[in-house]
Design a protein around this ligand. Sequence first.
Ligand code: PLP
Length: 492
Amino acid sequence: MTLPETGWSRDQIFATLIELKTNDLATEGGAAFAYVYDAGEREAAAVAADAYRLFLAANGLDPTAFPSLLRLENEIVGIAAAHLGGGPETAGSFTSGGTESLILAVKTARDWARVHRPEVTAPELVLPVTAHASLHKAAHYLGLKVVTTAIDPQTFKADVAAIEAAITPNTVLIAASAVSYAHGVVDPITEIGALAKARGILLHVDACIGGFLLPYFRRLGAPVPAFDLSVPGVTSISMDLHKYGYTPKGASLILYRDKQLRRHQLYACADWSGYTVVNATVQSTKSGGPIAAAWAQLHALGDAGYLELARRTLEATRKIVAGVAALPGIRVLGTPEMSLVAFTAEGGGAAVLAIADAMKTRGWLVQPQLQGRGSPTNLHLTISAGHLAVVDRFLADLRAAVEEVRTQPADPGLTMLLEMAGTMDFTALSDESFAQALALVGVRDGQLPARMAGINALLDALPPAAREAALITFVNDLYTAHGSQAAPSASK
Ligand SMILES: *Cc1c(COP(=O)(O)O)cnc(C)c1O
């Protein structure tokens, strides 16, 4: 692929882009139970999109050159602080997403400890096994050791005694979830906060997905345990706006109990020959688009609008949980406390994963979650307000999909492959043998098969390190500058 010799017309460009999009997951209409948060409110979404366009060239790199962005960010942080039990001391930053917020929470803890606990030379982060992968990623990027802790096998909530036992003189940060992505439950934040406080350790609450919605669920009468900055011992909290704030993607927040702690998040560099750099977050050049769009979406819906969206989400969730739990051979994992549901099925991992394919052929995306760390192979649903309109159709299709999988005989080739996989060392496979193994489950030339159950079942059968190696090899091949076969050609 090279640049076109001369510029294309607007029509040609959009015809191509729209054609490319035809194979994508639909972001409206309720088909997606992961990746997409659809409020079903087209007018407010259009306001946010226009605000994005208005600010897409503005650069948050220099708040003195773009005081509007400073103002918008401070206002959004203020709204979030009020929403999450903060006080006048609360300080925060707007980031590109949950992962960036969590990287910053971990960096802040590491650098706070360098100043306040200089005896710690090998900092550790204590994480329940249900903590989001991006906390592991943050530790990986920043050189902290992760110490994982067990959860209650029935509730899927963090075990406080296990966290206490995992604390060492090197522990600088504990993280817990409100809610956890995988099972949608709130960890015992009050107890963990008391523990962290007593030991002088920082505590981050990952409320990336729960922070926006939980306070509304509480107002609607749902039982929501304490989880925010009002809990003693909680020193930082993250909340994504691009999830249940329904803002365009690229919008999250990290809040700290005060500015003295937030200070350790910042980075300045005057030791080069260019302009002086001071960055509050990971990004340096920072588009104004996501900030303006988030501000616009928050103002377009307002508190009453979000409360109504939460009401629809709660109603959709209750209907879906009841409907899923009533299906033969299906079990909901734990007791979902918000709008995220995980369920498993009789018949083993391959059968569970086959349900995802059977739903895909019916037009729905449900998200496979592989077994491990105390959780069986399951399917995940992230439910948003836009789903209320499609609940009955979804449940009818799920019933049919479950029935289809229950009555279809296991694929003997796949069963054999899975037995083999259990004995293979994927971390030591050559690229060629790896490609052969992938071909057996239908992956050829970087193209995924229509049915994913084979490849998912193969991954499900592998230990985590082998899964990681397999995924990295696969994705390293997927992104190639020589044209992706998965998409229609853009060069005609
Ligand atoms: C989504 C999510 C993240 C990661 O956020 P991204 O915006 O995808 O980077 C972290 N923690 C939890 C609990 C999440 O749900």
